[in-house]
Design a protein around this ligand. Structure first.
Ligand code: PTJ
Length: 248
């Protein structure tokens, strides 16, 4: 039985996609996901159809570069919103461990109740020291008007690399202006975030996160600078668009 009270037959052709929806609905009912997060997921689903609901070679390349960039950085931070916390709490904690990164809650539709609910969700999966909750978010990202501007001085504010999956646009640009490396996961290769980030993984977060954890584990201790240097986000986004148009 799922959050909506129905049971999804495992052999249903869209079972995976339906389970993912149930995770979000359940996250919404538990106070993790904003109502707008359900709409955002619908947009993601549409793009997922267009990329064939698979992790493309292009996405794999970006995943490898993202893992390498996280391992190279001195103060990486994983920024968590409601959708990410509902869909992949386990992988967020695993990635933080594999890349020695901090975890910070940073919400667009900010409420303290939701910040606390997301923090406890992450702690349930083993997270320690979740940053950015309530008064901890006392620093400000300059030139940013949304609630996302409030960040933790020990986290996003002083990070050199910030991983911002399922982002809404304006913050990526501000973080890049602050000199930070920004990595994102976004199924829409045309979004502002996808274009502004240095590394964009055009893939569903439910597939990208386990792959990213695996890549971080397998690259740990290896020379990874060349992987980052050789990565070309613009080219990668163009390839993703070609896939969407059916060109590959
Ligand atoms: O929890 P909050 O308050 O921080 O709010 C989170 C949302 C996601 C609601 C907020 O950041 C938002 O409104 O985002 P947008 O502007 O809708 O952008 C989200 C982007 O993520 C869109 O480009 C979607 O296509 C994409 N997206 C949605 N679901 C997925 C996805 N990309 C990858 N995997 C998904 N499952």
């Amino acid at each position: 039985m799922h959050a909506s009270g129905i049971s999804i037959p495992p052999d249903h052709p869209r079972a995976k996609s339906l389970y993912t929806r149930e995770m979000l609905v359940d996250g919404f009912r538990r106070g993790l996901v904003a109502p707008e997060g359900l709409i955002a997921h619908g947009r993601g689903e549409a793009y997922d159809y267009l990329v064939g609901e698979r992790t493309t070679k292009t996405a794999q390349r970006a995943i490898k570069a993202a893992a390498a960039a996280l391992l190279l950085s001195k103060q990486p931070v994983i920024s968590v919103n409601g959708n990410t916390a509902a869909l992949c709490p386990k992988e967020i904690v695993e990635l933080a461990q594999a890349a020695n990164a901090a975890i910070e809650v940073n919400l667009f539709y900010r409420t303290e109740e939701r910040e606390i609910a997301i923090k406890s969700q992450l702690e349930k999966y083993g997270a320690k020291d979740v940053l950015g909750v309530g008064a901890m978010a006392s620093a400000r990202i300059p030139e940013l008007q949304s609630e996302r501007r409030r960040v933790d001085p020990e986290g996003i504010y002083k990070a050199d690399t910030v991983f911002v999956p399922l982002e809404d646009g304006d913050r990526t640009e501000a973080l890049v202006k602050m000199g930070k490396t920004v990595i994102t996961v976004d199924l829409n290769p045309l979004s502002r975030t996808a274009k502004m980030a240095q590394i964009t993984i055009v893939d569903n977060i439910v597939r990208a996160m386990p792959a990213l954890v695996q890549a971080a584990r397998s690259l740990n201790g290896k020379p990874v600078k060349k992987i980052v240097d050789d990565f070309d986000n613009k080219r990668n986004l163009k390839e993703s668009l070609k896939i969407i148009r059916g060109g590959i």
